[in-house]
Ligand binder design. Structure first.
Ligand code: HXC
Length: 261
């Protein structure tokens, strides 16, 4: 499909790469852009050949936020009746394959929230994260107050959200927001993300989706419920062909050929 605000490609077998591409607005996340992003995410999620998805931006900006010019004139009634921003939940609520955010440059406001929604976050050390909404007379609206708090703890999240001050990619790594911090530019960042995406796409789809589902439950359930949920999922994988294939291959000292069944 041809999109106006994003680029899509398959740079490695099994890996779908989505590049936010609204350079004149530093990839500000307008509603039309998000519609395209959701469409591309669903297509990759439904594509049997794809095992992992990467979302990235440009060297200068992952995304500088929701589109301020689109939001400026919105009324309460319009925002409420149209359920403004609700389509942003598609990624977190409905996409079942792993999504890696590869963040270079600005990830501010909604851009930071989009990165936090992804399953794994990689960034460059000089990336710039922040929730500056307070400076615009508002607050995060796409999960920032919840996901950033879970990632960095209450005190630091309060400080960031109530002062609007930025934090660096290096800090994102130190605080556990980012899984990998790359000293280098966008190319090095993308190479690291592609390597991980290829690794994940090389495993059986059933166990990868189950692994993502289990980790995500840890964000919603009590420890006891979460452990029980995990155990049920684990039990269910004995019904998959790939569990037999994986464990038999180990015993026979062979490389498993996944069936995705
Ligand atoms: C709309 C934006 C934008 C945004 C940048 N632009 N960010 N347009 N929405 N969020 C536009 C600018 O208006 C400008 O357009 C062009 O992109 C280049 O930006 P400059 O400001 O000229 O670039 P620079 O001087 O390099 O500064 C970069 C910047 C700054 C520090 C990132 O652009 C900035 O502060 N942007 C806003 C960041 C922000 O507040 N984000 C949170 C938004 S609120 P023109 O036409 O002038 O060239 C939010 C709410 C989330 O995200 C809640 C719901 C999801």
């Amino acid at each position: 499909p041809s999109y106006e605000h994003i680029l899509t490609e398959t740079p490695k077998p099994g890996v779908g790469l989505i590049t936010l591409n609204r350079p004149k607005a530093l990839n500000a996340l307008s509603s039309p852009l998000f519609k395209e992003l959701n469409d591309a995410l669903s297509k990759y999620d439904n594509d049997k050949d794809i095992g992992a998805i990467i979302i990235t931006g440009s060297e200068k900006a992952f995304a500088a936020g929701a589109d301020i010019k689109e939001m400026a004139p919105l009324s309460f009634a319009a925002a409420y009746t149209d359920n403004f921003i609700a389509p942003w939940s598609h990624l977190a609520n409905s996409i079942r394959k792993p999504v890696i955010a590869a963040v270079s440059g600005y990830a501010l406001g909604g851009g930071c929230e989009l990165a936090l929604m992804c399953d794994i976050l990689y960034c460059t050390s000089n990336a710039t994260f922040g929730q500056p909404e307070i400076k615009l007379g508002t607050i995060p609206g796409a999960g920032g107050s919840q996901r950033l708090t879970r990632a960095v703890g209450k005190s630091k999240a309060m400080e960031l959200i109530l002062t609007g001050k930025n934090f660096s990619g290096k800090e994102a790594g130190e605080w556990g927001v980012a899984a990998q911090v790359i000293d280098g530019g966008k190319d090095d960042l993308l190479a690291a993300a592609l390597k991980t995406a290829e690794t994940i796409a090389g495993y059986g789809r059933v166990s990868v989706i189950a692994g993502k589902e289990a980790v995500n439950k840890s964000q919603e359930l009590s420890l006891r419920e979460g452990v029980e949920y995990e155990r049920r999922l684990f039990h269910s994988l004995f019904g998959s062909k790939d569990q037999k294939i994986g464990m038999t291959a180990f015993a026979e000292k062979k490389k498993p050929e996944w069936s995705n069944e």
